[in-house]
Design a protein around this ligand. Sequence first.
Ligand SMILES: Nc1ncnc2c1ncn2[C@@H]1O[C@H](COP(=O)(O)OP(=O)(O)OP(=O)(O)O)[C@@H](O)[C@H]1O
Ligand SMILES: [Mg+2]
Length: 272
Amino acid sequence: MRIVFFINLKILLWDKILVFHMSMLIPGLEPLKTMFPEGIPRNSFIVIAGKSGSGKSVLLAKIVGSVLQLGEPVLYLALDDDPKTVALQLENLKIDVIEYVKKKQFFIVDGYSERIRDRDFKSHISVIAKVNPQNIEHVIETLLGIANEMGLESRGLIAIDSLNEFLCFYKTMDLAEHIKVIRANFSKAKNILTVATLHTSTPQARELLASIEHNVDGVIKAEKIWYTTQHKNKAVLWRAMVKKLKITRHNPDWVYYTFSAGDIEIVHPLQM
Ligand SMILES: Nc1ncnc2c1ncn2[C@@H]1O[C@H](COP(=O)(O)OP(=O)(O)OP(=O)(O)O)[C@@H](O)[C@H]1O
Ligand SMILES: [Mg+2]
């Protein structure tokens, strides 16, 4: 099986992606390469969906790290967590956030701190703007302005973690329409890869996924699974699967991974 080859090599995963040609981002290492053997079309809007703890933010972080390593810019819309926590998550996955901020390659748009009463609060050096998720039109305008300033057209990544925050303020069908606007403006008009997470723990979120999955360009499913080891202990691992990808071929199989030395590493279920 193809995957065994990579296990034997014990490759540390997702360190980099390579540009194949202008319209595609090709992952250089696993599991991105396993999941997207022909790369990810740049003009894609991709949703990473799964329950809480299923590894969505980790997968997003690895995509962020890959794009940064390629030398391309990343604009990260932080909605679930404050920017300091986001930066720590990235650093824990061996992404040198401060270095990329210094190179003007990585910026966070802070959609979390609106709840913090201290108006002068600035939680992290990477924050380029603060937005209020109650006003998604303003969020989109702010992202568009910064994307223009950063010269993101036909390069880089917009990362959104997560769409659920908007569900606190918008009805499902209204939010679905706003997501179409984001896809049209960033992925299509500006040819910028946009990847958003969605926790599917609530019926409302599942309804949102059902109403957008035929429109978006790609859907990645993420899951956390418990299993019993040979020594009868309970252990955990994660798996991800590309449910759909427009334009190009993708691997429809589950890719299993775990954490090793602060990074993620592919494992094969038969080896557990
Ligand atoms: N650097 C790391 N080292 C080891 N384990 C980690 C690391 N980062 C994350 N994890 C593990 O991966 C799990 C999944 O994390 P992640 O934040 O990606 O979940 P999620 O799907 O985004 O959840 P939520 O919907 O609640 O945001 C965590 O619960 C944690 O156990
Ligand atoms: Mg998360």
